[in-house]
Design a protein around this ligand. Structure first.
Ligand SMILES: [Zn+2]
Length: 201
């Protein structure tokens, strides 16, 4: 009487590889989990992110990412929350990588976006348009650094046309820091509303 159970198990196993990593949205909190995650995952360029005094980018991004994930899940979407370093790749309808910028000298930067290719430009520009309406500082541009244009996270996801790195502003600029610090959950909700609207059929 064991044969049917074995057959069922084999069928489930065969189905799993295709379905396991298919999600609606991947949300990565930039630098989250570093530096501890770098050695076990063989990350040589262990970029810890920027900061201003006690305010660290790698502590801010998880707050934004968790708020975005909660709002998207409340909208009924399937979300995979990722830290900076992880094994494996994802397949999703949309993927966002969340960061805050740093600049020396301070206040030379602002908000910006990064995206892997022309297919993602429309998605990035629609976010930019939406965010400009609320962000009262400079928008520094698109793919302004190599880290943005060739972000390692882009290679870890397959989300054609909707892959985006967001820099919400310059954390090293005190005026921007003061505006962003009390708004981290709100920024996450804003990302979630944007993605939900983009994924509407
Ligand atoms: Zn960063």
């Amino acid at each position: 009487m064991r044969a049917p159970a074995i057959i069922l198990a084999a069928q489930l196993f065969a189905l799993q590889p295709a379905a396991a990593d298919q999600v609606d949205v991947v949300i990565q909190a930039g630098h989250q989990g570093r530096p501890q995650s770098c050695a076990p995952l063989h990350v040589n360029a262990c970029n810890l992110g920027t900061g201003l005094g006690a305010q660290l980018e790698r502590n801010w991004t998880p707050i934004v990412a968790d708020a975005a994930a909660a709002t998207l899940r409340a909208d009924g979407l399937n979300v995979k929350r990722r830290p900076a370093d992880y094994a494996g790749r994802d397949r999703a309808r949309a993927a966002v990588f969340l960061h805050f910028d740093g600049s020396a000298p301070a206040c030379r930067s602002g908000a910006s976006v990064g995206f892997p290719g022309p297919a993602d430009a429309g998605f990035a520009q629609r976010w930019e348009e939406r965010y400009r309406a609320s962000f009262p500082f400079r928008f520094a541009g698109e793919n302004i650094t190599r880290n943005e244009a060739r972000y390692y996270g882009f290679r870890k996801v397959d989300a054609p046309g909707r892959t985006l790195l967001i820099e919400f502003g310059e954390l090293t600029c005190p005026a921007q820091e003061r505006w962003m610090a009390p708004r981290l959950r709100e920024l996450g909700a804003q990302v979630a509303h944007f993605i939900s609207a983009e994924l509407q059929p």
